[in-house]
Design a protein around this ligand. Structure first.
Ligand SMILES: *[C@@H]1O[C@H](CO)[C@@H](O)[C@H](O)[C@H]1NC(C)=O
Ligand SMILES: *[C@@H]1O[C@H](CO)[C@@H](O)[C@H](O)[C@H]1NC(C)=O
Ligand SMILES: *[C@@H]1O[C@H](CO)[C@@H](O)[C@H](O)[C@H]1NC(C)=O
Ligand SMILES: *[C@@H]1O[C@H](CO)[C@@H](O)[C@H](O)[C@H]1NC(C)=O
Ligand SMILES: [Zn+2]
Length: 510
């Protein structure tokens, strides 16, 4: 697909430059003086407050702490980017026998929405990376991504809890926007000093009750107690370090960097320093490490520029080797954060629901993120620059930050979007029916203040909810109306009946 060729061509062609922009660092990003950080662990307590610290949460002895390998991918989701991730994870098992999950920081531009649904229903985390991949993003890029993923991939608002800034370019304002929009965490700041250095910034994830402690030399207006965002987490991205130590950090796609100040790619040298950094963490305080990938670069099926098989093999060799260490778990960011908030010794890790594997059991042939059910039901939205597939009805125009949930294309049968009271695998967007009938699958999404004029955005309907003016043809879907499930003449009939939701919904439709 042309846009991808251009995109990747750009990344590869300008690699030196892009490495610095899209996830590269060249030295320490903070210092104790720049951080000016203080936090009292007697008043800042789990699960909703945690001081930035190199010590494991919950006062656990490092020997009892699981070694987490956080696996993430960034940018558009396409078949060949999922192929890339699958070649690293699909054949693996964590110590509890479950296949590892990972986090995908999704940009919706060039994303194939139905694959997002499938990836999410399979248990992976879907997170926000802005709609069109812009650094220091304005609110509409962040909010629009949530809305488009909710409307066209059926991802509940409550499930999109994390954010990573494109090019890792975040500002103090970005963090404030995220907090306000109901995100749980950001993962854009880097831990840039080796754990073997007494001034290491490899903190366990922490809340911003006392401001940021990472990125202090790089991002103005953060650190020295700012910004104070109670209960909002930073999950630092942990660097690998080559033989140069602190002078040789490698953050995203380390396998695309030259190791040890060299002038060409050397998979062996990369493998060597990745192992060494893992060992430093494992033998130390067990801070997580991360494989932060742009999977397009290591895709086996990206015809325009397939990944280097030896590089791919090297990454798998690293993961095989890491998994040979007792208590090593490959996790998504949300799984890591769940453990940090509820730390238990590694021997009891399977008690955490978030680390278990319980695939939903739905046999009905509905368009719900389970590939075996979906055949023949998926809509093909044939936009010339970025075509995609979705279960939830093609929009009439491409979703954009200015209108992330356009009206549905009326030339096709209308699909109904995931409402707030049904979870993705149970929702039939064709019939507009929730197949969940027991309390075990009951679901209630959260409403987030990301709609028009900062009102709560209400999931559901058939599209068009972000149009700034109601049109005569609007047929708002009010999921809790009595008689006609789809259309009500005016919101007034609802007043007083569902007062909590009605205000939000009425506003969201204006
Ligand atoms: C998009 O998704 C559809 C449906 O799953 C799939 O058939 C197609 O190959 C995908 N294309 C890309 C480029 O991801
Ligand atoms: C995708 O990004 C390109 C380049 O920035 C832009 O021209 C295009 O309009 C975007 N398309 C969508 C659907 O966001
Ligand atoms: C990398 O290591 C492998 C196995 O030790 C060896 O066969 C190969 O020649 C090495 N490659 C380079 C470029 O050093
Ligand atoms: C969701 O709300 C709609 C409208 O009130 C209702 O008809 C439906 O039964 C609810 N679904 C579930 C699973 O509670
Ligand atoms: Zn990106």
């Amino acid at each position: 697909m042309l846009p991808h060729i251009l995109f990747r061509g750009l990344l590869l062609g300008l690699f030196g430059l892009v490495a610095a922009q899209d996830g590269g660092i060249s030295g320490p990003q903070t210092s104790p003086e720049a951080a000016g950080y203080s936090c009292d662990p007697n008043s800042c307590k789990l699960p909703d407050c945690n001081c930035a610290s190199t010590d494991p949460p919950g006062g656990l002895d490092p020997d009892d702490v699981p070694m987490f390998v956080v696996f993430t991918a960034d940018d558009a989701i396409q078949s060949y980017t999922l192929d890339a991730v699958n070649q690293f994870l699909a054949h693996r098992k964590n110590p509890n026998g479950c296949q590892p999950k990972m986090t995908y920081y999704v940009s919706t531009n060039y994303t194939n929405y139905t694959l997002v649904t499938d990836w999410y229903v399979a248990g992976n985390e879907i997170a926000d990376h802005t709609m069109t991949h812009v650094g220091s993003p304005p609110a509409d890029e962040i909010h629009g991504n949530l809305i488009a993923l909710n409307a066209l991939a059926g991802i509940p608002m409550s499930s999109i809890s994390g954010f990573r800034a494109p090019f890792l370019q975040y500002t103090a304002e970005t963090l404030k926007l995220l907090h306000k929009a109901g995100f749980t965490y950001d993962s854009s700041a880097s831990a840039s000093i080796p754990v073997t250095d007494p001034h290491t910034d490899a903190y366990w994830p922490y809340t911003l009750d006392n401001g940021m402690a990472n990125g202090c030399l790089a991002v103005p207006g953060t650190c020295k107690g700012e910004p104070k965002l109670p209960g909002f987490w930073e999950v630092p991205m942990y660097s690998f370090f080559d033989r140069r130590g602190g002078a040789g950090p490698h953050l995203m796609d380390p396998w695309l960097d030259y190791a040890n100040g060299g002038t060409k790619l050397d998979n062996n040298a990369t493998l060597d320093y990745m192992r060494n950094t893992f060992t430093d963490h494992y033998n130390g305080k067990r801070q997580p490490i991360g494989l932060y990938t742009h999977p397009i670069h290591v895709s086996p099926s990206y015809v325009a520029a397939p990944g280097d098989p030896q590089m791919i093999a090297m990454i798998n060799t690293f993961l095989d080797w890491a998994q040979d260490h007792p208590n090593t778990w490959i996790v998504s960011t949300e799984q890591l954060l769940d453990w940090v908030r509820h730390p238990v010794p590694a021997s009891q890790l399977n008690q955490l629901a978030s680390l278990q594997c319980t695939p939903p059991a739905i046999d009905a042939k509905i368009c719900n993120g389970m590939p075996q059910n979906e055949a023949g039901l998926i809509n093909h939205c044939t936009f010339s620059d970025a075509p995609f597939y979705t279960c939830y009805g093609c929009p009439a125009t491409q979703p954009m930050p200015s209108n992330p949930n356009p009206e549905q294309d009326t030339s096709k049968e209308t699909r109904l979007r995931l409402p707030a009271n049904c979870s993705t695998p149970f929702w039939d967007p064709v019939k507009g029916e929730c197949l969940c009938t027991s309390s075990s699958c009951a679901f209630n999404d959260v409403l987030r203040p990301i709609g028009l004029n900062g009102e709560n955005y209400v999931p559901g309907g058939a599209g068009g909810s972000m149009d700034s003016k109601p049109k005569p043809t609007d047929t708002p879907y009010i999921p809790f109306s009595g008689g006609n499930p789809l259309f009500v003449p005016s919101t007034t009939v609802l007043v007083g009946v569902f007062s909590v939701l009605v205000g939000a919904m009425g506003m969201a439709r204006l």
